[in-house]
Design a protein around this ligand. Structure first.
Ligand SMILES: *Cc1c(COP(=O)(O)O)cnc(C)c1O
Length: 557
């Protein structure tokens, strides 16, 4: 028989108590806690270099080993686990790095991180204020501040934090379903065909939402988008009319304000007018819900009261034009029935921090359960969002982080952060446009994202792109050019991994060509989010692209 060291459980328990922050004031234990975090910072710091990534001890992910993992028998020390946690940061992109231009992923501010630590330590659950104290108030305050920002009437508006932008779309569509079914859906289920409309470049999370809500993807109607990546209004109108003519119901229209790949902005005002007109023309006894998916674009609302004439922040003309153009669309957010907002995108807060904002908070009664169905909740306290939220447990962290970000930065801070990313993006476009072999795909607009394609020698970029979009006889070249760009992207990526250059990303489906059964047009993507991105980083993108092109052309000679 194996002899084991025996410990009475109470001895172990005494030791385990040192694994928790102390419940009563204990400066020595607090010191140990801070020390643990500080060791983590030191260990991660040693992974930093000139690269926009934390170093990793191998290029291979340890997935194989990870799949063999078994549940450990013994306790380990906080120090060992701190080292382990630091090691799991290996290979992470440093989103704040000037040479990270990957996607709409922000570096979080210190205050939003502190809010996450506060939430992690005190573990608020905003199912009810009974379990979340003033974190519940943070939710109410954040929602009021956002209503003010977009121009909702805060006497009527409401909202809640939820599980990501996908969650915000889900809430919007669910309200649309309940409106179309006169509130019967919660009990009876969805027993008739309900249609939901959005543009064909809207976020794919719409597919999840309609499947999970029982509407079915076959009832999701993708409206073609224009070359500006906004929903075609005439196509939307035709499609809505066709649905209504058949006697089918329209549960919701999702307008996207800031598409993920190209920052396309749907014409929300016209969509709402069209909805209103159809409601009266067809004498509908419900109003199709218009949800604005503004998880990226919401932050542009800070420019609603910017003085463009005086331009006190001194943005360049090209930047100003871009901001004014974007704002023209963003300004109409107040017309939407509900709005999705992600702080973990353009709000500079950690994942997850998403707000579902509602013009008329009374709509939430459509989602309410009666308290008798939740016997152990709501015995005390004043704020019981768990009565209508999809979630039971809901972390208070996200609300406090959003509040902290808004208070810390204010409109002015967001104007500077967003304005800077646009300024850098415009500089990048200007530099890319100087080359005949490069086509900037979303050159008309606005956001911090630039999509571009590079063409081989003796191909004129503008002409080639035009044919790719429109000419079925050019589809072979379209595929070849997709491949060519992918090779360039891989070359660039490999160099970044060697420690030089700017980390970019790749999208296989910037958009479809304009004819039937067309393949998608791929693109290299730069998404600027970091306040540290400067002209050097912008110039480096163009240099590395041209270098890689030269290398590839040599190889294929
Ligand atoms: C990212 C994104 C979503 C999904 O949001 P998550 O927070 O990732 O769930 C929805 N719509 C748009 C336009 C997005 O960019």
């Amino acid at each position: 028989m194996k002899t084991e060291l025996r410990h009475h459980y109470t001895d172990v328990l005494e030791h385990l108590k040192t694994y928790f922050p102390s419940p009563i004031s204990d400066p020595i234990m607090d010191g140990y806690f801070v020390h643990s975090i500080s060791r983590f910072l030191d260990q991660v710091d040693s992974l930093k270099s000139a690269m926009p990534l934390l170093a990793t001890d191998s290029n291979e992910q340890h997935y194989e080993n990870s799949q063999q993992a078994t549940f450990p028998e013994h306790t380990r020390s906080i120090e060992e686990i701190t080292a382990m946690i630091a090691s799991y940061c290996q290979g992470m992109t440093i989103w704040s790095h000037p040479n990270a231009q990957v996607n709409v992923i922000p570096p979080p501010t210190i205050s939003s991180i502190t809010a996450f630590i506060a939430g992690a330590m005190y573990n608020p659950n905003i199912i009810t204020d009974d379990y979340s104290g003033r974190f519940a108030e943070a939710e109410i305050r954040a929602v009021a501040m956002l209503s003010d920002l977009v121009g909702y009437d805060s006497q009527q508006a409401g909202g809640l934090f939820t599980f990501g932008g996908t969650g915000t779309i889900m809430y919007g569509c669910k309200l649309g379903i309940e409106k179309a079914l006169h509130g019967q859906g919660m009990q009876e289920g969805v027993r008739e065909e309900l249609k939901i409309f959005s543009s064909n470049v809207s976020h794919y999370s719409r597919l999840n939402v309609v499947s999970w809500l029982g509407v079915g993807t076959k009832n999701l109607i993708a409206i073609p988008s224009t070359i500006n990546n906004e929903m075609s209004l005439s196509a939307l109108e035709n499609s809505l009319r066709a649905t209504l003519n058949k006697g089918e119901k329209v549960a919701a229209i999702i307008a996207t304000l800031g598409t993920t790949d190209a920052f396309g902005l749907d014409d929300l005002a016209s969509i709402v007018h069209l909805r209103d007109q159809l409601v009266s023309e067809y004498q509908l006894d419900y109003s199709p819900h218009v949800h604005a998916d503004a998880v990226i674009g919401w932050a542009w609302a800070v420019f609603r009261d910017y003085n463009y004439e005086d331009n006190p922040l001194g943005f360049h003309a090209r930047t100003l034009r871009s901001l004014i153009d974007s704002l023209e669309r963003i300004d109409s957010l107040q017309m939407a029935d509900s709005i999705g907002i992600d702080f973990h995108k353009t709000g500079y807060a950690p994942y997850i921090s998403s707000v579902f904002l509602l013009k008329n908070r009374n709509d939430l009664t459509l989602l309410s359960r009666v308290p008798e169905q939740m016997p152990y909740l709501y015995q005390v306290g004043h704020y019981h969002p768990g009565i209508y939220t999809l979630e039971c447990s809901r972390a208070g962290t996200s609300a406090l982080a959003a509040l902290a970000s808004m208070q810390l930065l204010g409109k002015q801070g967001y104007r500077v952060l967003i304005g800077h990313t646009i300024e850098m993006t415009e500089m990048l476009r200007e530099r890319l446009e100087r080359h005949d072999c490069i086509k900037v795909l979303n050159d008309y607009n606005y956001g911090p994202v630039t999509l571009f394609r590079i063409y081989p020698p003796n191909v004129n970029a503008d002409a080639a792109f035009h044919r790719e979009l429109n000419d079925p006889d050019y589809s072979k070249q379209l595929s070849a050019h997709n491949h060519y760009n992918r090779q360039l992207f891989d070359l660039i990526h490999a160099r970044v991994m060697q420690g030089e250059g700017v980390l970019l990303s790749w999208t296989i489906g910037y958009r479809h060509a304009n004819y039937e059964n067309a393949s998608t047009i791929a693109a290299i993507k730069s998404f600027i989010m970091s306040p540290w991105t400067n002209l050097d980083a912008v110039n480096l993108v163009v240099e590395q692209v041209m270098d890689a092109r030269m290398q590839l052309n040599k190889q294929s000679q």
